[in-house]
Design a protein around this ligand. Structure first.
Ligand code: GAR
Length: 231
């Protein structure tokens, strides 16, 4: 798979002088990562404004969280479209009216097509519940337990054409403990997700990220605070 990023790409800059970055957040369910972003903005830790939350699922609990925070919500139900390309186009139209600097996938469980990913290249990020490149795809916690891994975690990454394969911005790991179930492990990982996603978004907004040869650099180099498990 090829990356939509050039070998060297500056990201998070050049989209206007406003210090408050416009975000659109895409969800499919619970929205606890969305809540962490809302909370970080409220706490003054993230100079951003969530202009819209768009859900692929009607009745997603995350949409109620957004409404409670006064954020406009919309549902683009993938079942209303016969082809994925049509769903992607409708989603793009819904996103682009808000002119976001960054599109944030937060528990968004649909696979996006090439035109969509190309359209948002360098300004589309995702959080995945594993230490990528380990355990891309679904059921990551159960698979980590089955594998006998001693550590597991979460990764924030730029989205490219390879599912869960884009350059990793930030990772956090947790121990796998005796007696863990997928649910217990998921909750431990989620606590880290809620910590690292606002942080990665902040780095993007502050223009501190660049991508070089498929690696994400922070202030021009790979830095320890990115927590990268394999570089
Ligand atoms: C999170 O664990 C997120 O990493 C995962 O879904 C959960 C959403 O939780 N995302 C994926 O698996 C994407 N492939 P949330 O709705 O409470 O934020």
């Amino acid at each position: 798979m090829t990356s939509p990023h050039p070998s060297t790409a500056q990201t998070g800059q050049g989209h206007g002088a406003s210090p408050t970055a416009g975000l659109v957040v895409l969800i499919s369910g619970r929205g606890s990562n969305l809540q962490a972003i809302i909370d970080a903005i409220r706490a003054g830790e993230l100079p951003a404004e969530i202009r819209a939350v768009i859900s692929s699922e009607p009745g997603a609990p995350g949409a109620a969280r957004a409404r409670a925070a006064g954020i406009p919500t919309q549902t683009v139900n993938y079942r209303d479209f016969t082809m994925r390309e049509q769903f992607d186009r409708a989603l793009m139209a819904s996103i682009d009216v808000h002119r976001p600097r960054l599109v944030v996938l937060a528990g968004f469980m649909r696979i996006l097509g090439k035109p969509f990913i190309d359209h948002y290249a360098g300004r589309l990020i995702n959080i995945h519940p594993s230490l990528l490149p380990e355990f891309s795809g679904l059921n990551t916690h159960a698979r980590a337990l089955q594998s006998g891994a001693s550590r597991h975690g979460a990764s924030v990454h730029f989205v490219t054409h390879e599912v869960d394969g884009g350059p990793v911005i930030l990772q956090a790991s947790v121990p796998v403990l005796p007696g863990d179930s997928p649910e217990l492990l998921a909750e431990r990982v989620l606590q880290e997700e809620r910590r690292i996603y606002p942080r990665a978004i902040r780095w993007f907004i502050d223009g501190r990220l660049s991508v070089e040869d498929g690696r994400v650099l922070l202030d021009g180099e790979q830095r320890p605070e990115q927590g990268l498990v394999r570089v």
